[in-house]
Ligand binder design. Structure first.
Ligand code: DP6
Length: 419
């Protein structure tokens, strides 16, 4: 075979990484530059079919500099977080050879070669769903594949951590723990898988994307302010979280939904309490978030045992984890009663696993209009049309994967630019 002329080749890799939602929250750093947390955290990985980042990384001797495009728009790679991830991966790059294409890259060559990175999220970034977690996990995973990095996922997770803390938990599927570590250099601060996505597959996740015009405080600056001003945070990190982590690990191991739900809700509420304890106070939840909490609390109470767990990150969206499909369908009926869609099209009001609509008997807008008021809400209540933008129905999912199909690459293999 004819070798490509020197400098003409483009070598690429494409990967896809899930996002994750914490059930024990990470909030507060002990080291800002290395992104080392003040406590352990635990998350569930969401199905990448519904919420994930896809990234193509390309390398060529013809690229004069490192460049990146996010959702089609060029963004700067000059930030410290991108630079840390690129540096740490390049350090671990190994020799690569493709005789057919006439490509040979020696270990030391990787330092001189520049990369092009194109990434996109299969969910709206504007929805305020953790896009940095999926994004940095995918960047590190895919660069690792391209550069023939041999290190295990634990090591990759500690590199992704330096992009965004929560990203380290997206290197695995199922249930994941980020061990905070003790060392100053961060080498023992990485993620481990507690159980894979098949371990407890009854769980159904419904996300209510809550309408909000408000510009929210970023996690990074919010947690910095909390560390500097909240007296409650120390108590949370040193006393509350360690015992909750043990309880949560037990609950996951035993598929104990009651304990799982209690700890998840309590930890979400405490995270928002330390936000309120910050000076000036940070408000991430809004009236709609509070209404969803009340609905779930009342239903759980009336059933005598939790049916649904709720958790909220640095924004008003509710992530609801139902114990099984039946409870998820009932939950959807209750949510749709209070938050009916603004227009007639149900199929754009619930995205992801749409089959839950059928389970809930909701085939058309008329079915939504005919829903009875949830009996546990004793006084007949108002409805709040328009306060939820849409719902996503999902489940637990797997960790990062290589996308082998070249057609799905985001970069053109000839020009080296986004397609
Ligand atoms: C509320 O990982 O986005 O979602 O490390 O500064 O990038 P940085 O913050 P980030 O914070 C996530 C905070 C959270 C809780 C969690 O995911 O554990």
């Amino acid at each position: 075979p004819m070798a490509a002329p020197e400098g003409q080749w483009v070598l690429m890799a494409t990967g896809r990484s899930p996002t994750n939602i914490a059930v024990i929250k990470y909030w507060g750093k002990r080291d800002e530059a290395l992104i080392l947390p003040v406590n352990d955290s635990i998350s569930v990985t969401l199905d990448p079919d519904h919420l994930s980042a896809t990234t193509t990384v390309a390398v060529s001797p013809s690229f004069p500099s490192d460049r990146m495009w996010l959702n089609g728009k060029e963004i700067s790679l000059s930030g410290g977080r991108f630079q840390s991830c690129l540096r740490e991966i390049r350090k671990r790059a190994c020799e690569f050879e493709d005789e057919k294409k006439g490509i040979k890259i020696k270990k030391e060559d990787w330092e001189k070669l520049h990369v092009h990175i194109a990434s996109y999220n299969n969910f709206p970034t504007a929805a305020g769903l953790a896009s940095s977690a999926a994004g940095f996990a995918c960047l590190v995973f895919t660069l690792g594949k391209l550069m023939n990095v041999k290190e295990d996922y634990g090591e990759l997770s500690s590199i992704a951590r330096q992009g965004s803390g929560s990203a380290c938990r997206s290197l695995y599927g199922g249930f994941v723990k980020w061990c905070m570590g003790k060392k100053d250099d961060g080498s023992d601060s990485f993620a481990v898988q507690l159980a894979d996505e098949t371990h407890w597959n009854d769980l159904v996740i419904i996300i209510a994307v809550v309408s909000s015009k408000q510009k929210e405080t970023s996690s990074t600056s919010g947690m910095r302010d909390t560390v500097e001003t909240s007296p409650l945070l120390q108590y949370r990190a040193q006393t509350v979280v360690p015992s909750r982590v043990l309880k949560m690990e037990e609950a996951i191991k035993n598929q104990d939904f009651e304990s799982f739900a209690k700890v998840t809700c309590a930890d979400s509420n405490q995270f928002h309490a330390v936000c309120l304890d910050t000076s000036p106070p940070i408000f991430y939840m809004n009236d709609t978030s509070h209404r969803i909490i009340s609905l779930v609390e009342k239903w759980n109470h009336s059933e005598g045992t939790p049916q649904v767990a709720y958790t909220f990150d640095a924004g008003p969206n509710a992530v609801l984890i139902a114990r099984n499909r039946k409870t998820a369908a009932l939950l959807l009926q209750k949510l749709m009663y209070y938050f009916p869609p603004q227009d007639k099209d149900l199929s754009s009001y619930l995205v992801g696993d749409k089959s839950i609509l059928g389970d809930a008997g909701l085939h058309s807008i008329e079915d939504v209009d005919a829903l009875p008021a949830p009996p546990e809400m004793k006084v007949p209540d108002q409805k709040f049309k328009g306060d939820v933008s849409y719902f996503i129905c999902s489940r637990l999912g797997a960790g990062p994967k290589v996308v082998a199909d070249e057609n799905q690459a985001l970069i053109d293999s000839v020009t080296g630019l986004p397609k």
